[in-house]
Design a protein around this ligand. Structure first.
Ligand code: ZN
Length: 406
C-alpha cells in the first residue's frame, strides 16, 4: 500500500490515473509500476480534445528513471477512444509523449546525458540500445525544430562541413550566437538555396550580411535568395588560400635547393604557415634568418603576411589603395602561385572590400567548429548524412529539446 502511494507521489500522478500495483523483481533488478485509470472518467480525443466514447484498451510499457539502480518500468492499459472526426485514437498519458517507449522524465535524463557525453556513451550508461538512444535524439530534434520560433538573424555564416571523408553538408549559422540554423546536403548552390528557402520572407528580408568562403555556388545562391544582403569573404579562408600559395612556392623551391644539396627549407612547412603572432620566442629566433633570407619562399611569405593587413582597414578608399599597391607587388613577383592568388583576389575585390563595413568572419563560429569536431569524434562516424545533420542540430541548434513534462 505504502509503496503505491510513494510511486503515485514520485510520478506526480493525478486523477484519473493511480498506482495499482508495484512489483519488485529482485533478481532482474527491476521494478514494475502498474498504473490504472478510473473507468468512470471521460476520455478525450488526443487530436481535438473532445470527450469521446471508449473503444478498447491496449497494454503499454514505458521505461522510467531508475529507482535506486532498479530499472523502473511503468505499465498501463491505455484506453483508445472513438472520435467521430479523428477515428480511433489512443488517449494521451501525462507521463510520456505519444508513441514513446520512455517517460518524459527518462527522455530528459537521456537528453542531458547525450549533450554531455554523446550518443554511444549515453546508450552504454543508461542501458539503451544505440537505436533507442538515436530515437530519443531524433524526437528531441524534431520537437526542437517544430518549436523553434522564426526569429530574425541579421548576420549569417555559411560553411561546409565534411564527414566520412568526402561527404559534405552546408551549415548556416547565426554568427552572433554561434548556433546552427540550417543544414543541407552537399555544398552546391542548391544546398544553400534550400536553406534560404526554409526561412520565412521576414527572415530573408532581415539578413544584412553573410560570411562565407570564396565559393562561387554560395555567392550565387546568396545573391539570388537575399539580394540585399552584403556578402563578406571569410578572412581566415583568404589566409588559408594565401598560405597554400606560399606552400606551393616552398615545395618547388625546396626541391630545387635539395637538388643542389641545400636543405635550408627542409622541415620548415609549418613555420611558414603559422601565424607569426602565435609563435614563441624560440620559434621566432629559429625562423627569423630564413624569413629574412633572399629565398623565393621568404618573398612569398612576406607578400602573404602583408596581404593580411588589408583586413585592418575600415575605410573602403584606404583598403582599396592598399590592395592596389599589394597587387602590384604580388603580380610582379614572378612567383606563379602568388601571381595567380593576386589575380583571383583582384577579380573579387568588390566583395573583399565589404569587409571594411562588415568585419565579420566565420571564426565567430569557431566554438561551433570544435563542437562539430567533437560530435564526429564521439559518434565514431555517421551512418548517414541525416544522422550527422541530426547530431549537429541536437548539439549546436540551441533548441528546446525536452519532451513536455508533467
Ligand atoms: Zn478528435
Amino acid at each position: 500500500m505504502r509503496d503505491r502511494e510513494l510511486y503515485a507521489k514520485i510520478l506526480g500522478l493525478s486523477e484519473p490515473w493511480m498506482v495499482v500495483d508495484v512489483a519488485l523483481h529482485v533478481a532482474a533488478k527491476s521494478v514494475t509500476v502498474q498504473l490504472g485509470r478510473d473507468d468512470s472518467s471521460s476520455l478525450a480525443c488526443p487530436e481535438c480534445g473532445r470527450s469521446c466514447p471508449g473503444y478498447d484498451t491496449q497494454p503499454r510499457r514505458w521505461r522510467h528513471l531508475d529507482t535506486c539502480q532498479f530499472q523502473t518500468i511503468l505499465a498501463a492499459d491505455v484506453p483508445r477512444c472513438a472520435c467521430p472526426d479523428h477515428g480511433v485514437k489512443q488517449v494521451k498519458v501525462p507521463w510520456a509523449e505519444p508513441g514513446s517507449r520512455f517517460t518524459a522524465l527518462f527522455e530528459r535524463l537521456a537528453i542531458d546525458w547525450m549533450q554531455e557525453a554523446g550518443r554511444s556513451a549515453t546508450a552504454r550508461q543508461l542501458a539503451l540500445s544505440w537505436s533507442e538512444a538515436d530515437g530519443i535524439m531524433q524526437r528531441a530534434v524534431d520537437r526542437g525544430l517544430a518549436r523553434r520560433p522564426a526569429t530574425v538573424t541579421p548576420v549569417l555564416g555559411v560553411d561546409e562541413k565534411s564527414f566520412q571523408g568526402r561527404e559534405f553538408v552546408t551549415v548556416v549559422c547565426n554568427l552572433e550566437r554561434g548556433t546552427v540554423l540550417h543544414i543541407a546536403d552537399g555544398r552546391g548552390s542548391e544546398a544553400l538555396k534550400s536553406c534560404y528557402d526554409a526561412m520565412t520572407t521576414e527572415q530573408r528580408a532581415a539578413v544584412e550580411a553573410v560570411a562565407m568562403d570564396m565559393h562561387q555556388p554560395y555567392v550565387l545562391a546568396t545573391q539570388n535568395a537575399v539580394p540585399e544582403a552584403t556578402i563578406v569573404f571569410d578572412k581566415f579562408h583568404i589566409a588559408k588560400l594565401a598560405g597554400e600559395a606560399v606552400d606551393q612556392v616552398r615545395r618547388a623551391e625546396a626541391k630545387k635547393l635539395a637538388d643542389d644539396g641545400d636543405d635550408r627549407l627542409k622541415g620548415t612547412r609549418y613555420s611558414w604557415l603559422r601565424n607569426p603572432l602565435e609563435e614563441d620566442l624560440e620559434q621566432r629566433r629559429k625562423f627569423e634568418p630564413l624569413r629574412s633570407s633572399n629565398l623565393k619562399t621568404a618573398r612569398a611569405w612576406a607578400i602573404k603576411e602583408t596581404l593580411m593587413d588589408f583586413f585592418g582597414y575600415r575605410q573602403v578608399k584606404r583598403a582599396s589603395d592598399f590592395f592596389r599597391s599589394w597587387f602590384g607587388w604580388a603580380s610582379r613577383s614572378q612567383l606563379r602561385p602568388i601571381v595567380r592568388l593576386a589575380h583571383t583576389l583582384r577579380s573579387r575585390l568588390g566583395t573583399l572590400l565589404n569587409y571594411c563595413q562588415w568585419p565579420i568572419t566565420n571564426a565567430a563560429s569557431e566554438a561551433l567548429n570544435s563542437k562539430i569536431q567533437w560530435i564526429k569524434y564521439t559518434a565514431r562516424g555517421f551512418r548517414s548524412r541525416e544522422g550527422f545533420r541530426r547530431a549537429i542540430f541536437f548539439h549546436c541548434g540551441d533548441l528546446d529539446l525536452y519532451p513536455q513534462s508533467f
